[in-house]
Design a protein around this ligand. Structure first.
Ligand code: NDP
Ligand code: MG
Length: 395
């Protein structure tokens, strides 16, 4: 069997760890080219040694000396900075996992596509900020993008052998996150620690908080629209507290294909790793009789304004996704730092979208530069909105 060259960006994170868990189970099948991480350089070096990577890259220049120390004597190259991550993504590879969190994941993913690699895309922010650009780049370079977000992997699998023109609706399920059963009145006082524990999924802190606010689901609605080209009004969020059905695709004949599986990301990651084949994966097998029932409820859009904002962003199109994501990331930073209340994140994002709606930048072309510029501006504007709220509180 020929060995496949693989790279994992965001290797020290939750998705990165699960990806390397699968790769490590069949070490004779893969050559690990590049691994990237952020501040957790001890783990990055450990992973690079364990998987015999060619190069390990940290996102931060000030972390390079520590990374170099941890790799001493290993013969593994090391580098630092966003540019070095892109350079690592340019190293020839057959399969690349995009699992950096946030807009920083876009440029490495684009670089991987440009060299024709198959891109396993966990980084939903790539599709939200630059969906058209990403999909067109893949097409131009004959590269394949495989969704790794569980809902989108589910839709992808339900569509195998189907004609996309026969799709009537796509239902994207949501667990409801940490606060699904909290009274609305208590949400204003919710702390980052409370928002950081998920009822069903074990994920990175940022996506876990985004699950509680439904910003994660909002990003996923946009992701569905960008990846599958389905009209916004045909994409429905649905609360399903058990997190066993990941998505459902409804066809014109009234039939619905639901994808069911345990909440373990190694299913979606493994599907993308082995695609177009299906291979055995180390995930739990479901016992339906023991589970007893699946339940559903409609999401309350008053409780989750992020869902309404996502619809507005899909209607506006273009660079508005980059505004939405940049403002959301800035608001999330402020919530984590204790500078913004849980319920204030959505208003800050909405104020940023409104403030930037007429900006000439947004009617321009979508390139990596204009996406980065829009992202930066959105963070600045959101920062202003956050400060305005802080000074109002102090009055
Ligand atoms: P984690 O927070 O667990 O990991 C994020 C990774 O990105 C880490 O390797 C981190 O490094 C690195 N990183 C952080 N900031 C930067 C930066 N500025 N530049 C480069 N690298 C950086 O996140 P998850 O694994 O949970 O999520 C990764 C992506 O996958 C996100 O886009 C998320 O939405 C998506 N996703 C995640 C799911 C999950 O189950 N976790 C499910 C579906 C989608 P370090 O920790 O060393 O600082
Ligand atoms: Mg998801």
């Amino acid at each position: 069997m020929t060995r496949r060259r693989v790279s994992v960006f965001g290797a020290t994170g939750s998705i990165g760890g699960n990806t390397l868990d699968l790769i490590g189970r069949a070490p004779d099948s893969y050559d690990v080219i590049a691994l990237s991480g952020g501040r957790n350089v001890a783990l990055l070096a450990d992973l690079a040694r364990r998987h015999n990577a060619q190069i390990a890259v940290t996102a931060y220049d000030d972390c390079l000396p520590a990374l170099r120390d941890h790799l001493a004597g290993s013969g593994i190259d090391c580098a630092a900075g966003a540019g070095a991550i892109v350079a690592a993504a340019e190293r020839p590879a057959d399969w690349v996992m995009s699992a950096i969190v946030g807009a920083a994941g876009l440029a490495p993913g684009m670089a991987a596509l440009k060299q024709g690699a198959t891109l396993a895309l966990a980084n939903k922010e790539s599709l939200v900020t630059a969906g058209t650009l990403l999909m067109e780049t893949a097409k131009r370079h004959g590269a394949i993008v495989l969704p790794v977000d569980s809902e989108h992997s589910a839709v992808f699998q339900a569509l195998i052998g189907e004609d996309i023109a026969t799709v009537e609706r796509i239902v994207i399920t949501a667990s409801g996150g940490a606060f699904r059963d909290w009274p609305l009145a208590d949400l204003a006082r919710a702390t980052p620690a409370q928002a950081s524990s998920h009822p069903n999924w074990d994920m990175g802190q940022r996506i876990t908080i985004d699950s509680a606010s439904m910003f994660n689901k909002a990003l996923e609605l946009i992701e569905t629209h960008e990846f599958f080209g389905i009209a916004p009004e045909r994409i429905e969020p649905l609360i399903h507290p058990e997190s066993m059905i990941h998505a459902m695709v409804g066809f014109v004949d009234g039939g619905i294909m639901a994808h069911v599986g345990p909440p373990d990301m190694r299913h979606a990651i493994g599907f993308a790793l082995h695609w177009p084949e299906r291979r055995a994966l180390p995930v739990e097998r479901l016992d339906f009789a023991a589970l007893g029932q699946f339940t559903f409820r409609a999401p309350d859009e008053a409780r989750y304004p992020a869902l309404r904002l996502a619809r507005e962003v899909m209607q506006a199109g273009g660079l508005s996704g980059a505004v939405f994501n940049g403002a959301k990331e800035r608001a999330l930073d402020a919530f984590i730092d204790g500078d913004l209340g849980f319920l204030e994140m959505a208003p800050v994002v909405e104020e940023t979208l409104t403030a930037m709606a007429g900006d000439a930048l947004l009617s321009g072309q979508m390139t990596l530069d204009t996406v980065a510029e829009t992202d930066h501006l959105a963070r600045v504007r959101a920062g202003e909105a956050i400060r305005a709220r802080q000074s109002k509180r102090q009055d």
